[in-house]
Write a protein that binds this ligand. Structure first.
Ligand code: G6P
Ligand code: ZN
Length: 543
């Protein structure tokens, strides 16, 4: 088979963000745009002869076009074997699992997570290393540098590769193996959770709805929840993945998973509700008339890990991103295990997981996971909850309220001001930080300021330092106000204000978070001058 070398010219801006290179589909459709990025990646990886690559994506528009290009380039660049999900499908956590299981050299995941899909939507590509972790910054920077000097790429002249049928094909010297996207992942889940018990639980009449939001987890949820665990047909909603995700915004939160939320708050609500995002790494947990914040969910998983076979031997430690509530810290304290506080971004958990320092990790941004893979994992979190519910035979609300009674409630909310002027956002943060010396030890509405800082993190494994990770105002009673600018937005800047107080009064614990946080909400505005500087009367999203 003939290897062709095609001349090309660099594109500016092929710089990967926290989760790879994400651009409009039309940007990716430019001549050689994808090829340049993939060749830059292969150049940086060096000699790939004899190595195995995993390839798959969330099924959005352009997924299979991109996969054909990548497979032909992998053949021309000397890979020995590519494992590709049937029809080009692999969720992000499943890709991470497959990389680990087959000891692949790495994997390419095609996804723009929860960003809208379709011809007018977004597309994305990212590379994960042999541990199953997203590429570290050093690697993504080297790829970017390479995209800026690239002059040609290599591909082979061949017909499109058949992605629908399972099995092995040869493309020149490259062996392409089309694998079932669910099998390996499902087996891993079965090794962690008590499937028999969950099956019995469904048989006994327990009801749930899983909203796949027309994205990749539909395939996984049908296979695992309905076929393997025997949940009745109809348990999975919006379960057929569509190239444009049905025109929706597959981000599992109270705003975007509205149809599911309505069902869980209706008169004949099911016992349990959950949703995942475009590529399957995020999760939202709901009970009958009850919502579990991602921060509380992490704490509850940690506190109940002894009920779940994959974690019965105990947790080495837990980790949460800095703005995630400190609920899990209280559980770690009770279990006498370490709790790590990292900057926002899943990649910061990688070293802790690899070094065996943490077993469970979570973020307020609807991400939860463990050392079973190196990505956050939506369906894993749902199965963990199902296992706990099946063992404890209590409702989600009962488990949540008992947790608060035992540990106290870390009342929590995030207020987002999206699409504000970037210069204004920076000015707001600078002015707030300048105020810190005047706030320290002062008391406002009964809250005494204990510390103010700009969060920085020293990785306990490689000792790398990350500075400027968010402004924190901590109070003597454990309450916190945190201000951060989002690192994932595309339009202007997004200011995130994270509000947290601590409540031990069991009567007050069940009140609405916005009411319990009212004083802190006012203080946030007083300290940061949000309304005045942004011209916004209220946040655009509250979670
Ligand atoms: C992505 C990352 C997460 C991060 C989230 C929010 O989902 O994988 O690790 O928490 O974005 O990031 P942001 O910078 O927008 O708050
Ligand atoms: Zn995602």
């Amino acid at each position: 088979m003939q290897i062709k070398t095609i001349n090309t010219q660099p594109y500016s801006g092929q710089k990967a963000g926290t989760s790879g290179l994400r651009k409009k589909v039309t940007v990716f459709q430019q001549t050689h745009y994808l090829e340049n990025f993939v060749q830059a990646l292969f150049n940086v990886l060096g000699d790939v002869h004899g190595k195995t690559l995993v390839v798959g994506g969330d099924g959005r528009y352009y997924n299979t076009v991109a996969i054909q290009t990548i497979l032909k380039m992998a053949a021309a660049n000397g890979f020995a074997r590519v494992l590709v999900g049937q029809q080009g499908i692999l969720s992000t956590p499943a890709a991470s699992a497959v990389i680990r299981q087959y000891q692949a050299f790495g994997g390419i995941i095609l996804s723009a997570s929860h960003n809208p899909a379709g011809k007018e939507g977004d597309f994305g590509i990212k590379y994960n290393v042999s541990s199953g972790s997203p590429a570290p910054e050093k690697l993504t920077e080297a790829i970017y540098a390479e995209t800026q000097v690239i002059q040609n790429y290599r591909t082979v002249d061949t017909a499109d590769i058949e992605l629908n049928a399972l099995g092995i094909q040869q493309v020149g010297d490259l062996t392409v193996e089309v694998i079932d996207p669910v099998t390996d992942y499902a087996r891993l889940m079965e090794s962690l959770f008590d499937f028999d018990r969950i099956r019995q639980f469904f048989q006994s009449g327990f009801t749930m709805r899983f909203d796949a939001m027309h994205a990749v987890t539909g395939i996984y949820a049908h296979a695992i929840l309905e076929q393997q665990l025997g949940a009745p047909a109809g348990t999975v909603m919006n379960g057929v993945p569509l190239e444009d995700f049905g025109g929706g915004h597959p981000d599992p939160n109270l705003t975007y998973a509205e149809a599911l939320v309505k069902q869980l708050y209706s008169d004949n609500a099911p016992d349990f509700g959950a949703a995942s995002d475009g590529d399957g790494d995020r999760n939202m947990i709901l009970g009958r008339h009850c919502f579990v914040t991602p921060s509380d969910s992490l704490a509850i998983l940690a506190a109940n890990a002894q009920h779940v076979k994959g974690y019965q031997q105990g947790l080495a430690g837990v980790a949460r991103s800095m703005p995630t509530s400190m609920a899990v810290d209280r559980v770690a304290h009770a279990l006498n295990i370490p709790c790590y506080e990292t900057p926002t971004g899943w990649k910061f958990f990688g070293n802790l997981l690899d070094a065996g320092k943490a077993t469970l990790c979570g973020e307020e941004s609807f991400g939860t996971g463990s050392n079973h893979v190196r990505e956050k994992d939506g369906l894993w979190a749902v199965l963990f909850w199902l296992n706990i519910l099946a063992v404890r035979q209590q409702s989600v609300a009962e488990i949540l309220h008992e947790h608060w009674t035992q540990y106290g409630r870390n009342v929590y909310s995030r207020h987002d001001y999206e699409g504000i002027d970037s210069a204004v956002a920076k000015q707001l943060m600078t002015a707030l930080q300048a105020k810190f010396p005047s706030l320290i030890h002062q008391t406002f509405k009964g809250y005494q300021v204990a510390f103010c800082d700009d969060f920085s993190y020293t990785d306990p494994v490689d000792h790398s330092i990350s500075t400027g990770q968010g402004l924190r105002i901590g109070f003597t009673d454990g309450s916190r106000l945190i201000f951060r600018l989002s690192g994932t937005g595309t339009d202007g800047a997004t200011l995130r204000v994270y509000l947290e107080s601590y409540q031990t009064d069991v009567v007050k614990q069940t009140q609405d978070a916005q009411i319990l946080l009212a004083d802190l909400i006012q203080l946030a505005d007083q300290f940061a001058n949000i309304r005045h500087l942004t011209g916004r009367e209220k946040p655009s999203v509250i979670t």
